[in-house]
Design a protein. Structure first.
Length: 371
């Protein structure tokens, strides 16, 4: 699939909630050039104020973008903060250093090999989470996303992971596709995604939802099958691919939710050990698909059994680590449970106090790198 078939690469940030200005890149660079050429602090301040005046006037040439190639989408607060920094510089030399940095951010794209994040404009990625503790108050319910499939993850998880660990046009496999959250998000971000779920009805649902939210001509394909034995290679070869750039695994959290009656369903494993062995087989089946140096994201929570905390998350993480991966990060994400559970919050509090335990409020996102 050619890059041309994809929607145009968004200027950073892709979708945060800060106000953005659509500016003419060459007009802005010209204004910065005039500031840089200033021989005295007073002249520089005059040019800087002239630029601020243009930014405040939607009729100024700064806002006259005629060509897509001339478009610079700038976060208003970051741009004004950069201008304030230039103004506060103690010397002209220092001010020119800040001006050059700002101009570089507008004219040069510097990315790491595995994503499209423009490091020259890193300050603008307010909406990309880089801390290991995530407190997400609301699930993204835009577009085709729905919370209707019990046990699906919030779209923010695949969104964050794909933006950090893939580029536009890359390929993603989700081996526990469920209602297709990863696929919906992949299409929105211009990534191709292939998903497998054991239940044919659920795979149908994912297929329908992902098709409804299509952007550009990305592939979003869902099959039903057992991910421990499914021929992912054949599925990829249909698209002329041998490998993918990201694996997403959001398995059942053992038997917390029973997804089906199928004995191949990980939620029907006879014991924790059997569950881990089944997960291990899925990892063995999908790991060869992943390019070396790329990432597998495992999303899972812990459970209680007979009054004992079962560290399912870490045990599952170990299954991946034993199969040629190193650990890059562990994210702990808040977990509010189902609406029904929320109503029972008081009861859980009582039970926790009486039973000496703590109520689950988190799950894990393990980020593992293929060696
Ligand atoms: C936690 S859910 C995934 C939810 C998904 N991330 C979403 O947002 O909708 C786990 C899924 O794994 C599927 N599953 C269980 N065992 C499987 C297996 N052996 N192969 C493929 N899928 C399996 C279940 O049917 C269920 O839909």
């Amino acid at each position: 699939m050619s890059e041309r078939a994809l929607p145009p690469r968004p200027e950073p940030p892709a979708d945060d909630h800060q106000p953005h200005m659509r500016l003419s890149k060459h007009q802005l660079l010209d204004a910065l050039g005039r500031m840089r050429a200033a021989g005295t602090a007073d002249v520089l301040r005059g040019e800087l104020n002239a630029l601020r005046a243009m930014l405040a006037d939607s009729a100024s040439p700064l806002f006259g973008v005629l060509l897509e190639s001339d478009l610079a989408v700038c976060s208003a607060h970051v741009l004004h903060a950069e201008l304030a920094q230039i103004e506060a510089a103690q010397t002209l030399e220092r001010a020119r250093y800040y001006i050059d940095r700002l101009a570089r951010g507008l004219s040069e794209v510097r990315t790491a090999a595995i994503n499209d994040i423009n490091l020259n404009r890193w300050k603008e990625y307010d909406d990309i989470l880089t801390d290991s503790l995530w407190q997400v108050d609301r699930r993204d319910s835009s577009g085709a996303h729905t919370a209707a499939y019990w046990g699906n993850f919030i779209p923010q998880i695949p969104n964050q992971m794909m933006r950090r660990y893939t580029r536009r046009g890359d390929w993603v496999v989700d081996a526990f596709a469920g209602s297709g959250t990863t696929l919906i998000e992949a299409r929105r971000l211009g990534r191709h995604a292939l998903g497998v779920d054991l239940q044919p009805g659920v795979a149908d649902l994912a297929r329908r939802l992902a098709a409804a939210d299509g952007v550009g001509q990305t592939v979003a394909e869902v099959h039903s099958g057992d991910s421990a034995s499914f021929d992912f290679g054949a599925m990829l070869r249909v698209h002329g691919r041998e490998q993918v750039q990201l694996l997403v695994l959001h398995p059942p959290y053992f038997d917390i939710i029973r997804f089906s009656e199928d004995p191949r369903d990980l939620s029907n494993a006879a014991s924790v050990e059997a569950f881990l062995a089944m997960l291990g087989r899925v990892v063995e089946n999908v790991a060869p698909l992943l390019e070396r140096g790329r990432y597998l994201v495992l999303v899972i929570g812990d459970k209680y059994a007979r009054g004992e905390w079962i560290p399912l998350g870490f045990q599952a993480m170990n299954e991946v680590l034993q199969r040629g991966f190193s650990l890059k990060s562990i994210v702990v994400k808040n977990f509010e449970g189902t609406a029904g559970k929320r109503q029972q919050r008081e009861l859980w509090k009582y039970r926790a106090l009486a039973g000496g335990f703590f109520v689950f409020k988190h799950e894990y996102i393990f980020v593992l790198k293929k060696k």
